[in-house]
Design a binder for this molecule. Structure first.
Ligand SMILES: Cc1ncc(C[n+]2csc(CCOP(=O)(O)OP(=O)(O)O)c2C)c(N)n1
Length: 372
């Protein structure tokens, strides 16, 4: 055989819950989970989807400048988000609304960024959830830098569950082609850092399909950098939870980085500025609707766990309340004062900046009464 004729074997896809809602075991990733815990995951998934749908509607009504929907990726995000411990740190892209939910970031705060009234708005240190990053892949380097700090603080491999810390960073299939991501892999491997790289392969980088970016399944790239890579069913919240837990545990205990490729599908547009009918077939979407991440959990709860309709009605009522709160709060978000741009540049404002602020305040004041 010639080298270029070698075809790698079909990748294994870790799955613990089939699209039909049947639990299956995986020898390497057993997951002990109660039906109550699965109900709680269902609640997360359903509320995130509702919130995300409301945000898309708010953009259509002119209340947001833009929205990047996570429709179809809820399980990939909630599974990873729920695997985090409170001391762990997460570095998101711009689409990780399901992870933000798990880190207790108020959805209204996320809307503020897409409304253009804040540059993020939450305190990354309070939620252990960094600000959204739009520069593709940059957050993987931020995560690696943070993980270096964690290692130097001695918060890896001590065996103390409250102390050992892992870093989880998210990126897309498109971003995996960025130099930053590849540099992050190199640094993480060379310094054996406690970082988990979590690639949501939703198969499209706007209009660019993943096949045009990589000759091999993305998780296989990890071996070239010297750490394990694994592909999981990104529409299976149980697989996402189980494998993320193991990877984060291994990071905390000092075994170094992992690449997780959560194989999923972007069911909506790239953002509200995109029209996917221009570049992909609707039949692809139809296929993926049968693999919906929420429906399979619902099917499991009804058929295997005997959960009554009342539970689903309760979640529906809760999601309606959430939607109402979000709509009202979004419309009530106020524009920031122009002077607030100076507030968070430095911990203590410098003399030069204070002077600029004062000049700008005078300039703004010069308009007062101008309309009279
Ligand atoms: C460095 C950089 N280059 C280009 C862009 C423009 N851009 C924004 S999103 C996107 C595609 C990203 O695709 P992927 O990484 O697969 O993530 P997804 O949006 O599908 O979640 C591009 C090219 C950017 N934000 N940053």
């Amino acid at each position: 055989m010639t080298l270029h004729g070698h075809v790698p074997p079909e990748p294994d896809l870790v799955q613990l819950l089939t699209p039909e809602g049947v639990r299956v075991d995986h020898p390497d990733f057993p997951l002990e989970i109660t039906d109550d815990e699965i109900k709680s995951l269902y609640r997360d998934l359903a509320l995130v989807r509702r919130f995300d749908g409301e945000a898309t509607a708010l953009q259509r009504q002119g209340e947001l400048g833009l929205w990047a929907s996570c429709l179809g990726q809820e399980a990939a995000q909630v599974g990873a988000g729920r695997a985090l411990r409170s001391q762990d740190m997460a570095f998101p892209t711009y689409r990780e609304h399901g992870v933000a939910w798990c880190r207790d970031v108020d959805p209204v705060t996320l809307l503020g960024m897409f409304r253009g009234v804040s540059l993020g708005g939450w305190n990354p240190n309070e939620n252990n959830f960094n600000l959204y990053t739009i520069v593709l892949g940059a957050q993987t380097l931020h995560a690696v830098g943070y993980a270096m700090g964690v290692a130097r603080d001695g918060a890896v491999g001590t065996g103390e569950p409250e102390r050992d810390t892992a870093v989880l960073t998210f990126f897309g299939d498109g971003a995996s082609s960025q130099g930053d991501v590849n540099e992050a892999f190199i640094w993480a491997a060379a310094a054996n850092l406690p970082v988990v790289f979590y690639c949501q392969n939703n198969q499209w980088a706007i209009s660019e399909p993943v096949e045009r970016q990589s000759r091999v399944p993305l998780f296989q790239r990890a071996s070239g950098f010297g750490f394990p890579g694994i592909r999981i069913d990104g529409n299976d919240v149980l697989a996402c939870l189980a494998v993320s837990r193991v990877a984060l545990d291994e990071a905390r205990s000092g075994q170094g980085p992992t690449l997780i490729e959560a194989f999923t599908y972007r069911m909506g547009a790239h953002t509200t500025s995109d029209d996917p009918t221009r570049y992909r077939l609707s039949e692809e979407l139809e296929t993926w609707k049968h693999r919906d991440p929420i429906e399979r959990v619902r099917a499991y709860l009804i058929r295997e766990a005997g959960v009554a309709q009342e539970f689903f009605d309760g979640i529906e009522a809760e999601s309606e309340e959430l939607a109402i709160r979000i709509r009202q709060a979004c419309r009530a978000l106020e524009d920031p004062s122009p002077l607030s741009v100076f507030d968070q540049v430095y911990v203590e404002i410098t003399d030069e900046l204070a002077e600029q602020r004062s000049d700008y305040a005078d300039y703004l004041a010069s308009f007062e009464g101008a309309g009279r």
